[in-house]
Design a protein around this ligand. Structure first.
Ligand SMILES: Cc1cc2nc3c(=O)[nH]c(=O)nc-3n(C[C@H](O)[C@H](O)[C@H](O)COP(=O)(O)OP(=O)(O)OC[C@H]3O[C@@H](n4cnc5c(N)ncnc54)[C@H](O)[C@@H]3O)c2cc1C
Length: 396
């Protein structure tokens, strides 16, 4: 067993960490206190710099302008970028584009790749993933109302979706819709590419999430598909394979999320320690001298380390044996890391007292936005149930 990080990866990580520290962290105050459109031009400048440095799109194929890193290296990069809310966006490895790019890469036709894959990898356009519906339980996506009905060479899509992240400003949506209502439950839906300028694609609103509707890339939309007509050639993969493709998309996707969350944990712990050391409490002592704070720091460090080891091991399992062999571990990390994240952010915020509740530090942003980690990509309970079922089956 070798825990050593290869030298080439270490060099890449050092470059990224330095860039985040010097170039991105100083933009955070603006990002936290102004509408996203105000900080976007500065962020675009940074994206250009990242491209010039050869660090753009670390997870995507070199053929399309990415770095072509494997899952383990990408996991470490994701951790390095996670501490800054727009780190992944600046380096071109942000969700939901990253997942959609993977799907296009694996299942896209030549024509689909030509039209969408290249521009997505270069960051020229953005995409979104439209599966969850307000009236149906997202934790059981087999219950889906959105329909894509064949008409000539087209599909006509009708339905209501919400929580379509980053739809505001996206050029194309990957829409999950029922194409084969009579088929067995897992073979009913397909993924279909819908350009957002298609007639009948209506972005109703950016949903107010924890008090913020956000805008552009940092938003989640409700969308109506009103007899939205697209060619059948826009379907990704064979008809009825939507869930199979979604499963493939989620495995590596959970590694990216978990490592990003661990990046947030590292940042929150750093902030917690600096604040504890700087906050004078009278009689020559600081918060860092208080035992209860020391216990939190030790517990956070240990919990982060444990979650990180499990996540990296899961990435290794996927890489070595495929996502099916790593199913249990993928479920484990999803709820374990999301729980660790919530606990670490909460403690860091507590140590900051009133300051923690403001947008003078990044903690309140993380507190608001990362609560969802325990809900999206499968709520905690769903992962716990499926893990327990597998464990029980093995133990019989
Ligand atoms: C910030 C954010 C971003 C998102 N981005 C996207 C996106 O880009 N695209 C997209 O399509 N969707 C997205 N989603 C939607 C997300 O995937 C769903 O919210 C999620 O799947 C849960 O579905 P639901 O909200 O319908 O909750 P429900 O399915 O109604 O579940 C509600 C709660 O019930 C409990 N529960 C569920 N099943 C069980 C069970 N079997 N046993 C016990 N308890 C259970 C859980 O606690 C769960 O939280 C996003 C959500 C959020 C919050």
């Amino acid at each position: 067993m070798d825990f050593e990080i290869p030298e080439k990866t270490r060099t890449t990580l050092e470059m990224i960490e330095e860039f985040v520290d010097k170039e991105l962290t100083p933009l955070e105050y603006l990002f936290l206190n102004e509408p996203f459109r105000k900080v976007l031009p500065k962020i675009e400048e940074k994206r250009l710099r990242v491209k010039q440095m050869g660090l753009w799109a670390p997870g995507h194929a070199e053929k399309y302008g990415g770095m072509g890193l494997d899952l383990l290296d990408l996991a470490l990069v994701s951790e390095a970028l996670g501490g800054c809310p727009f780190g992944h966006f600046v380096f071109g490895c942000h969700a939901p584009d990253a997942g959609n790019i993977e799907v296009l890469h694996q299942h896209g036709t030549k024509a689909q790749k030509k039209k969408w894959l290249g521009p997505l990898v270069t960051g020229e356009i953005r995409s979104c993933f439209s599966m969850t519906e307000p009236e149906m339980p997202g934790s059981n996506p087999l219950m889906m109302e959105t329909q894509a009905i064949k008409d000539g060479d087209d599909y006509v899509i009708t339905g209501q979706k919400w929580y379509t992240t980053a739809a505001d400003g996206a050029a194309v949506a990957v829409v999950m819709a029922v194409t084969n209502p009579e088929a067995p439950a897992h073979q009913r839906a397909s993924m279909i590419l819908v350009p957002t300028d298609t007639r009948g694609f209506e972005r109703v609103r950016n949903i107010q999430v924890m008090g913020e509707a956000g805008e552009g890339f940092f938003s989640h939309s409700e969308i109506l598909y009103q007899s939205c007509r697209v060619p059948q050639a826009n379907r990704l993969g064979p008809e009825g394979h939507g869930f199979v493709i979604a499963q493939e998309r989620l495995g590596p996707g959970r590694i990216h999320h978990c490592m990003r969350w661990l990046g947030i944990c590292n940042r929150a712990l750093d902030l917690m320690c600096s604040r504890a050391k700087a906050r004078a409490m009278g009689d020559g002592v600081t918060l860092a001298d208080k035992e209860i704070i020391q216990a939190w720091i030790a517990e956070c460090a240990a919990e982060i380390r444990a979650a990180r080891m499990l996540t990296l091991h899961t990435a290794w399992l996927i890489e070595r044996h495929g996502w099916k062999a790593a199913r249990q571990d993928i479920s484990m990390i999803k709820f374990l890391v999301a729980g660790t994240l919530q606990k670490v952010i909460d403690r860091a915020l507590q140590v900051h007292g009133g300051l923690g509740m403001t947008d003078d530090t990044v903690l309140a942003f993380f507190y608001r936005h990362e609560r969802a980690a325990r809900i999206y990509d499968g709520p905690d309970e769903v992962h716990k149930l499926s893990l327990a079922r597998r464990i029980l089956a093995e133990k019989s």
